[in-house]
Write a protein that binds this ligand. Structure first.
Ligand SMILES: *Cc1c(COP(=O)(O)O)cnc(C)c1O
Length: 434
């Protein structure tokens, strides 16, 4: 398996190169040189299989030249000890795919844990410690911190926007210690992301550290995120209407992963790109014009992204054919007031407690199904509602049950370096870690 840069298709690299140097020097993004196609009996063969079992088969399609079957087995069983259950809201028509049963209670565990496992397979062969930089709008940081905590040969620096992540999200990023460092940036997520991108292009830093990224720009976070789209299909069984996935989106890694699954041969009627008021992609789908904005702060804060880093990948998955993108993907955006109403409506109609991001996904699905009736809709539930306490408690008027693994964090002490939103400040603090 090889990868090319979206800015230069002649820039071809190996798995290790794309894994550890996730951003090509030409500032493009890595994409697979070829996309494996599903064997004819694949979809029948995964019916009723677990996430780990399906991940095993799919990882083999991608990495059979690089890894032994035993390595793949070890990778997927360690990465995916949890499931992604499909919860029925309306039989045959409306489902929620819960992606938050991993340790950080958000779907980002899936990509982060697979990537961490793959890096630990290769890190033994490398002479230098790998230093992972990651910008987070809330959930990536926790998944990456937990996925990499105590992994030998790897150190992680996490940048997060001050005051824009929830209390429990912040605890997940800042309380592990050891090989995990947290930077509290006085700015937005976009600032954090720009600081990370600048670090990869800075010669002082790239010579002091063997830098790597765990953002959704790393192709090895994206590939495993395609696995749960297959897991959803496997739970529907053999007999169902054409499937529509609604993906609550920010950086568009999750949606790109769904489109990747479709490119491998997963039968999907349509995807819904559901966003909050950071609606550059829905606007693009309407107008054909892509106009990044400064990100707006919303209730669904993990989707507050004004210039989604995977947008280029999404286009490339359609060979940059706008009409084709527009045919397969429908975009919808929603205000915070609509999101709150939806959270209450989901509770009242289905007794289902959704986080704000998941509510945006369900709103997107409902908008789509308003126009297109005969389909089986699956909205992705991207995080557990308790991660967004106290905002969600205020909405529901009572506190949402906090799973044990999250509750224990509340008493731990935050350790983070507070820095202004400038690359110079970040560089200086990083160099102190040498
Ligand atoms: C990261 C995140 C999203 C957005 O996913 P992208 O892949 O960036 O589009 C949505 N919901 C939650 C809860 C998230 O953590």
């Amino acid at each position: 398996m090889t990868f090319y840069s979206t800015n230069n298709s002649a820039n071809i690299v190996s798995v290790q190169e794309a894994l550890f140097n996730s951003l090509p020097q030409d500032k493009g993004l890595y994409m697979p040189s070829s996309i494996p196609q599903l064997p004819a009996d694949f979809l029948d063969s995964i019916l009723n299989q677990s996430l780990a079992e399906i991940a095993y088969k799919l990882t083999k399609l991608w990495l059979h030249e690089e890894l032994t079957n035993a390595q793949i087995e070890e990778l997927v069983t360690h990465a995916f000890p949890f499931d992604t259950p499909l919860v029925e809201l309306e039989a045959g028509r409306k489902y929620v795919l819960e992606l938050f049963h991993g340790p950080s209670l958000a779907f980002k565990d899936v990509g982060a844990r697979f990537m961490a496992g793959l890096m630990s397979i290769y890190s033994g062969m490398r002479s230098r410690e790998v230093h992972i930089l990651v910008a987070t709008s809330g959930d990536t940081g926790g998944a990456v911190a937990m996925g990499f905590h105590n992994v030998p040969g790897v150190r992680v620096s996490i940048l997060y926007p001050k005051g824009r992540v929830s209390m429990l999200q912040e605890k997940q990023l800042t309380t592990l210690g050891g090989n995990i460092h947290a930077f509290e940036v006085d700015g937005s997520f976009d600032d954090c992301q720009a600081m990370v991108k600048a670090a990869f292009l800075d010669e002082d830093l790239t010579s002091a550290f063997s830098l790597s990224s765990a953002n959704s720009i790393n192709i090895f976070r994206l590939i495993p995120q395609s696995f749960y789209y297959f897991r959803a299909m496997a739970q529907l069984g053999a007999d169902h209407a054409p499937v529509v996935f609604s993906t609550p989106s920010g950086n568009f890694g999750n949606l790109s992963a769904g489109v990747l699954a479709w490119r491998m041969g997963l039968p999907v009627q349509a995807f819904v790109a559901a966003t909050n008021m950071n609606k550059v992609v829905p606007d693009y789908l309407t107008s054909g014009l892509y106009s990044p904005i400064d990100s707006l702060t919303t209730l669904s804060n993990a989707m507050d992204v004004g210039n989604p880093s995977n947008f280029v990948r999404l286009q490339r998955l359609f060979n940059d054919d706008f009409d084709h993108i527009n045919q397969l993907i429908s975009g919808f955006h929603f205000t915070d007031a609509q999101t709150v109403d939806e959270m209450l409506a989901l509770r009242d109609s289905y007794n289902y407690i959704a986080c704000p991001h998941t509510a945006v996904g369900l709103l997107g699905l409902e908008s789509y199904q308003h126009s297109y009736v005969d389909n089986c809709g699956i909205a992705l539930a991207t995080a557990h509602p308790a991660k967004f306490s106290p905002a969600v408690d205020t909405i529901f008027g009572h506190s949402v049950d906090v799973p044990e693994r999250l509750a224990t964090l509340a008493n731990r002490t935050k350790q983070a370096a507070a820095i202004p939103a400038t690359f110079a400040a970040f560089k200086e603090s990083l160099l102190q870690l040498v």
